[in-house]
Design a protein around this ligand. Structure first.
Ligand code: ADP
Ligand code: ASP
Ligand code: MG
Length: 430
C-alpha cells in the first residue's frame, strides 16, 4: 500500500534542508511513496507580493521581486550541485520565463484567474529542485505535475475537487511497488488544463487527496513541531502534545483556525479510515501525533487563537428584526466576499460577526453592508476558541480583559478580546 508524505516550506527552505530531506528519504525504505512538497520557505508570500506589483503595473517592484526569487532559487541550486548546477539552473530559468510570461498575459484578467496562473510556480520550482537533488543523490524519484492529477472546477483560489476524475488520473499513474513519486502541493487543474489552486496552506489537503484516491496506508505530515498540540506551542508556553486524537476533534481544531493542518485535509482521510500522522522533520525520534477514528476517552481542552480579527455589529434599520431574509442577505454577501465568520452571535435586532480583517475583502464588504444596515466596526481583536471548556478555565484565561463578544455551546467556547489586552505568550491555566 502507498504511503503519502508531505513536506511544507520550512522542511525545504534552503540547500541544507533539502540535503536533510534527501538523507531521510535515502534511509527510509517506505515504498511506494508519494511525496507532496510545498514551495520553499515563504516563496508563496513573495509570489503574492509579485502578483500585487504586477496588478499595480509597478514594473520596477515586480522586476526586483522576480529577480530576488530567481536569485534565491539559483543560489540554492548552486549550493546543492556546485559546478554541476547548469542543467537544473536551466530548468529553473525556464520556469521563471514562463512565470513572467503568464503574469504579463493574465494581469488584465480577474485577480483569482491571474493568481492561479502564476502563484503555483513556487511549487513547480521547489519540486524541480528537490527531484533533481534526490535523483542526483541516488534516490530514484519520478516528478509529476499535480495540475494534471488533481482535477477541479474553475473556482479559482479555492477550487473544488472532482473526485471521480482525480481518482482516475491518480490511479492511472500506476505507481510501481518501489517507486517514489514527487509532486506539488496546493496546485491543481481543470479538466481542460487550466491551473487552479486549493487555497493557502493547501498542500496538506493535496496530500490527503492523493491518499484518498490511492487508498493509502497513511499520510505523514512532516512539520517543524513534533506533532499536534492542544494549542500553538509558539503562542502557549505550556501547550502539550496530543498523542492520539480523533478525526472529528482534529476537524474542529482546524476549522476553528489551528494553523497546523489545513481544514479540508481530514474529511477525505476519515472517509477511507486513513490515519494522519503529524511528526517532526527535525527531531526524528520524537513520538508523533496520530489522528484516526478513535481518540482518547476523555477529551483534552484545546485552545486556538485567531489574531487580526474585526467585529461587525449589524442592526436592521427601521426597527425591524434580524430575521431570516436579512440573515440570508448578509451571509450571501459574506460568501461573495470569500469571508468566513469565526464567531456569529444573533440577537433580536443585532448580528455580531467576527471576521478576518483582510482589508481587500473586508473593506468593500463593510462599505456595502453600511448602505443597508446600521453598522459598528471594531478592529485589532483576538478571538480565543476553547474546546471542552470549563468555567474555571474560561475565567482564568479571560482575567480582567474586556470581552467584546462571546459564544458557548456544549463543546466550544469563544471569546473576543482587544489584542492590546492580550499577552504575547499565553499560559494554559492549571
Ligand atoms: P507547513 O508549512 O509544514 O504546512 P505550518 O507552518 O503550516 O507548516 O504548520 C506548523 C506550525 O503550526 C507550527 O510551527 C506551529 O506554530 C503552528 N501551530 C498552530 N497550532 C498548532 C497546534 N495546535 N499544534 C502544533 N502546531 C501548531
Ligand atoms: N505554498 C502554499 C502556501 O504557502 C501551500 C502550502 O504551503 O501549503 O500557502
Ligand atoms: Mg501549512
Amino acid at each position: 500500500m502507498t504511503t503519502v508524505y508531505k513536506f511544507g516550506g520550512a522542511a525545504i527552505h534552503d540547500a541544507a534542508a533539502i540535503r536533510r530531506l534527501g538523507e531521510r528519504l535515502a534511509s527510509d525504505r517506505t515504498r511506494p511513496l508519494v511525496v507532496v512538497v510545498s514551495a520553499m520557505g515563504k516563496t508563496t508570500n513573495s509570489l503574492e507580493a509579485l502578483l500585487a506589483a504586477a496588478r499595480h503595473d509597478d514594473d520596477t517592484d515586480y522586476r526586483a521581486r522576480l529577480e530576488a526569487l530567481r536569485h534565491d532559487h539559483l543560489a540554492t541550486a548552486e549550493a546543492l550541485f556546485g559546478d554541476r548546477a547548469a542543467p537544473v539552473g536551466e530548468r529553473l530559468g525556464a520556469l521563471f520565463e514562463e512565470l513572467d510570461r503568464r503574469h504579463r498575459r493574465y494581469r488584465g484578467e480577474a485577480r483569482p484567474l491571474h493568481y492561479d496562473q502564476t502563484i503555483g510556480f513556487g511549487e513547480l520550482l521547489s519540486t524541480t529542485l528537490v527531484a533533481a537533488w534526490l535523483n542526483a543523490s541516488g534516490v530514484a524519484t519520478q516528478w509529476r505535475d499535480a495540475r494534471e492529477l488533481i482535477i477541479t472546477d474553475d473556482c479559482h483560489q479555492a477550487a473544488n475537487v472532482d473526485w471521480r476524475a482525480t481518482t482516475q488520473r491518480i490511479r492511472g499513474l500506476g505507481i510501481g511497488d518501489d517507486a517514489i513519486v514527487l509532486t506539488q502541493g496546493f496546485i491543481a487543474g481543470t479538466a481542460d488544463g487550466t491551473p487552479t489552486t486549493l487555497g493557502r496552506e493547501g498542500s496538506d489537503y493535496s496530500a490527503a487527496i492523493f491518499a484518498h484516491c490511492l487508498e493509502a496506508e497513511a499520510v505523514v505530515i512532516w512539520k517543524d513541531v513534533p506533532g499536534l498540540f492542544n494549542a500553538d506551542p509558539r503562542r502557549f508556553a505550556n501547550a502539550v502534545q496530543l498523542a492520539r486524537i480523533s478525526y472529528d476533534e482534529a476537524i474542529e481544531l482546524a476549522w476553528h483556525g489551528a494553523k497546523v493542518i489545513h481544514p479540508k485535509t481530514l474529511a477525505p482521510l476519515r472517509h477511507k479510515g486513513i490515519p494522519l500522522v503529524v511528526r517532526s522533520f527535525e527531531a526524528l525520534d520524537a513520538p508523533p501525533s496520530i489522528i484516526a477514528a478513535d481518540g482518547p476517552d476523555a477529551p483534552t481542552p484545546a485552545f486556538i487563537l485567531a489574531e487580526g480579527q474585526a467585529l461587525l455589529e449589524l442592526h436592521p434599520r427601521d426597527f425591524a428584526f434580524m430575521d431570516e431574509p436579512r440573515l440570508h442577505d448578509i451571509f450571501g454577501r459574506l460568501a461573495a466576499a470569500g469571508l468566513h465568520a469565526g464567531l456569529v452571535d444573533l440577537g433580536a435586532a443585532r448580528l455580531s460577526l467576527c471576521l478576518d480583517a483582510h482589508p481587500a475583502r473586508l473593506d468593500p464588504l463593510v462599505a456595502s453592508l453600511a448602505c443597508d444596515y446600521a453598522l459598528e466596526r471594531y478592529d485589532a481583536l483576538t478571538l480565543l476558541t476553547v474546546r471542552h471548556p470549563t468555567d474555571a478555565l474560561l475565567s482564568a484565561l479571560s482575567g480582567t480583559r474586556t470581552i467584546l463578544a462571546e459564544r458557548r455551546n456544549a463543546t466550544t467556547a469563544q471569546r473576543l478580546f482587544l489584542a492590546s489586552e492580550c499577552p504575547a505568550t499565553w499560559h494554559i491555566p492549571a
